[in-house]
Design a protein around this ligand. Sequence first.
Ligand code: E4P
Length: 218
Amino acid sequence: MRFFIDTANVEDIKKANDMGVICGVTTNPSLIAKEGRDFKEVIAEIASIVDGPISGEVKATTTDAEGMIAEGREIAKIHPNMVVKIPMTVEGLKACKALTAEGIKTNVTLVFTANQALLAARAGATYVSPFLGRLDDISVRGTELIEEIAEMFAAAGDIDTQIICASVRNPMHVTECALAGADIATVPYKVIEQMTHHPLTDAGIAKFQADYKAVFGE
Ligand code: E4P
């Protein structure tokens, strides 16, 4: 399983990119709004930092296929690595089909059932984004959805659509996504940082430092 970072914050993106662990970025309208910056400007800056797929979502207020197609074309022009993120609706699927036919990569988002993922795959989606954490929030086991989608895609035998585990909230989610057969997990910087820690790693570093300093000083 590979990692994308799920944020529009360029400082967090730079930190994760410098660690060498991410190979792509996902954003959504809430994450863009949080930065309070112009969409194209922030997306172009992100694309200049990470050399990999960058998901930029159509406007949350655009609900018709024609509008999404027009916006998707504009998003695709920002950088060759752009992926157009489209909501899982009937209109979204139409937009996915049309953009795919033009050679534009797509990420169908807000996926909460395996059937939605299968529809997105059949519409030509490059990626599907099932939301793990938001299912856990309503007491539905998100990991089971990832397992179902992975099993369904494998059983189909002719699906290239990649599964991006989204709405990842903690390190356990990451482990579960990887074991469930996800291709990618898109993870906030905070979770990437949490994943680096273990109490024994931290205690081991402190002990090595103390032992070294006791003999050799600073
Ligand atoms: C996916 O691409 C979304 O940007 C994101 O993972 C949503 O996460 P949240 O449920 O924590 O908002």
